[in-house]
Structure formats: C-alpha cells, structure tokens
Design a protein around this ligand. Structure first.
Ligand code: FES
Length: 130
C-alpha cells in the first residue's frame, strides 16, 4: 500500500476509520471530523491543546494509510521533514480511507467515562464495541 502522508486541501465527505496504537483501538471518523474529534466523540482523550493545528501537542506517527488536512498546517508546527518522517497532527488530520497512527507511550488514550475499548476493538458512534 502506498503511504501518502499529507493531502492538504482535501475534504473527504465519507466516513473513514483510524486505528490508534499502542492501544489498538479502531474508531469510525465521521464526515468532517478530525481524528481528535472522533476520539472525543467516543468518550476518549489523548494529548492535545489547541485542536487547531497551532501547537503540535497532538503530534503522532502516521504508521499506515494516509491523512488529509482540511486547512493548511504551518510548517513551524509540522515541518516538511516531519511529514516525510511520518508525523501527523490528529487534531486536524482526517484518515483517507483507513489509517493507523501511533501515539507516544505518554499519549495513550484515556477514557473520560468508563474504560477504553479492549485491544483490537472497533468503537462505533457511541464508543461501544461493535
Ligand atoms: S492540539 Fe495543537 S496542533 Fe494539535
């Protein structure tokens, strides 16, 4: 599979999905949502601050697949070298089809209520296992 790191300006209308490592949780990403928005909708949290692509706090590794950004990301936040190295900004990134990202160990998913889905689970709109 060809790995496309960034397609700036794309606005995918279809629901997609993201697999988040190391927790190995797969979430649906609804049309218009970023990865962080899908995480929040499922009652989970990870490390982020601005949620606007302006701080770099959410930076993660794009392990497989591709992501698109609905607006330009400043090179001071995500440099071309980082993009080439497979970094992405989940607060602004949407998977193109299916994508896999890896959070750093200190950025693992946390549940706001209840617990995160079990390993390899696919969470739906309400965060429950399907
Ligand atoms: S939370 Fe600030 S860049 Fe993603």
């Amino acid at each position: 599979m060809t790995k496309i790191l960034v397609q700036q300006g794309d606005h995918p209308d279809e629901a997609t999905s993201v697999r988040i490592l190391p927790d190995d949780v797969t979430l649906a990403v609804l049309p218009g949502e970023s990865i962080v928005e899908a995480v929040r909708r499922n009652g989970l949290r990870t490390r982020y601050l601005c949620r606007r692509g302006g701080c770099g706090a959410c930076k993660a590794d794009l392990v497989d697949g591709a992501v698109a950004y609905t607006c330009a990301i400043a090179g001071t936040v995500l440099s071309d070298a980082e993009v080439t190295d497979g970094k992405c900004l989940p607060c602004r990134a949407r998977p193109v089809g299916e994508a896999t990202i890896r959070l750093s160990e200190k950025d693992c998913l946390r549940a706001v209520f209840g617990s995160i889905p079990t390993t390899g689970a696919h969470a739906g709109d309400n965060g429950e296992k399907k």
